[in-house]
Design a protein around this ligand. Structure first.
Ligand code: G3H
Ligand code: 13P
Ligand code: ZN
Length: 332
């Protein structure tokens, strides 16, 4: 049994309180390897931003849970070494069973998501409540994120053909019965780099896909039902056209890519949305730079010479997010 406090980590409670009062959102960036965690910590230290490090089930399978947990511990020391302590949360992204959440809590995670959104409402309530009871009874309080509503696309192993927006009518009951600390909602975002079908979008003069706007009306209804309660936005990558163009220029093929415009994320960050999840944009940044290096330097075979530039591009992206989109820069 390892408590997250032994690793120097924080839960989300105080961070969300401050984010709510300050009108900004905490970045939640996924990581699977050393270069990603270096980029996240460098960017968040340089911009003085709190950060949530997210681990998915896929990341656990890929990198090994012991390695990931110790990378989070190393991240705390690394931030300190870089000269500015920032609050760092280690969070399970899309936990799908009580056992997985329990295992993470017992091995040093300070926060977990239990994603029961694909179950019936009653089953979602029961599962989420069970995780909360366990997480909240720990010596060091572990925070829990629940989800109501279904995002379109693929949520880890769970695929949902169609999205179901969160029902504002359900949120009070869900929060009261489960005792969750934050709630992920569905208002039009989805995971991955192709968030909408082309037929759902319009095109600008250059043929670039313009997505339909997020359902801010639903968000506002939810805010009225549970005032001051922290809301989480999944699937919040913007899918920058520059990265898609760079990947395609250097041999990739990513047709029909479209994300959530930054302007809409800025608006969300000022609302009750306290946590914004971004993974796909990081994948695009790294892929774009890797393709560029491989094309321009075909004789390069030292991993440091291609992973290094990919890491630097990732850091640049995260600094931009913290400073210009989420508003978390300067808050740590
Ligand atoms: O929500 C999904 C995240 O982007 C994590 O993706 O399951 O491929 O690690 P993953
Ligand atoms: P994106 O695929 O939009 O980056 O969303 C990531 C996410 O929600 C992780 O939980
Ligand atoms: Zn997600």
């Amino acid at each position: 049994m390892t408590s997250y406090t032994e690793l120097g980590l924080a839960n989300t409670r105080e961070l969300f309180k401050k984010a709510m009062a300050g009108g900004y959102a905490i970045p939640a960036y996924n990581f699977n390897n050393m270069e990603q965690i270096q980029a996240i910590i460098q960017a968040c230290v340089e911009t003085k931003s709190p950060v949530i490090l997210q681990v998915s089930s896929g990341a656990r399978k890929y990198a090994n849970q012991t390695i990931l947990r110790n990378m989070a511990r190393a991240a705390v020391e690394y931030a300190n070494e870089l000269g500015h302590d920032i609050p760092i949360v280690l969070h399970l992204d899309h936990g799908d069973t009580f056992e997985l959440c329990k295992d993470c809590i017992e091995t040093g995670f300070s926060s977990v998501m239990i994603d029961g959104s694909h179950f019936s409402y009653e089953e979602n309530v029961a599962l989420t409540r069970k995780v909360c009871e366990f997480a909240h009874s720990q010596k060091d309080y572990v925070t829990v994120e629940g989800e109501l509503g279904i995002l379109a696309g693929v949520e880890d192993d769970v695929s949902s053909e169609h999205s179901h927006y969160t029902e504002p009518e359900e949120v009070i009951d869900f929060v009261n019965k489960t005792k969750v600390d934050s709630l992920a909602i569905s208002i039009g975002t989805s995971h991955g780099r192709a968030k909408f079908k082309p037929e759902q979008c319009t095109r600008d003069a250059n043929g670039i896909l313009i997505p339909p706007p997020l359902r801010f009306d639903i968000l506002e209804e939810i805010e009225k039902k549970i005032p001051g309660f922290p809301i989480v936005l999944h699937g919040a990558s913007s899918v920058p056209v520059e990265y898609v163009a760079m990947i395609e220029k250097f041999g990739g093929k990513l047709s029909d890519s479209v994300g959530i415009p930054e302007e809409q994320l800025r608006r969300a960050a000022k609302s009750a949305v306290c946590k914004i999840n971004i993974d796909s944009d990081g994948r695009l940044a790294m892929t774009a730079m890797l393709r560029k290096v491989f094309t321009e330097k075909p004789d390069e075979f030292d991993p440091r010479k291609y992973l290094g530039p990919a890491r630097d591009e990732l850091k640049k992206l995260y600094m931009h997010k913290n400073t210009n989109v989420l508003g978390s820069a300067g808050q740590a």
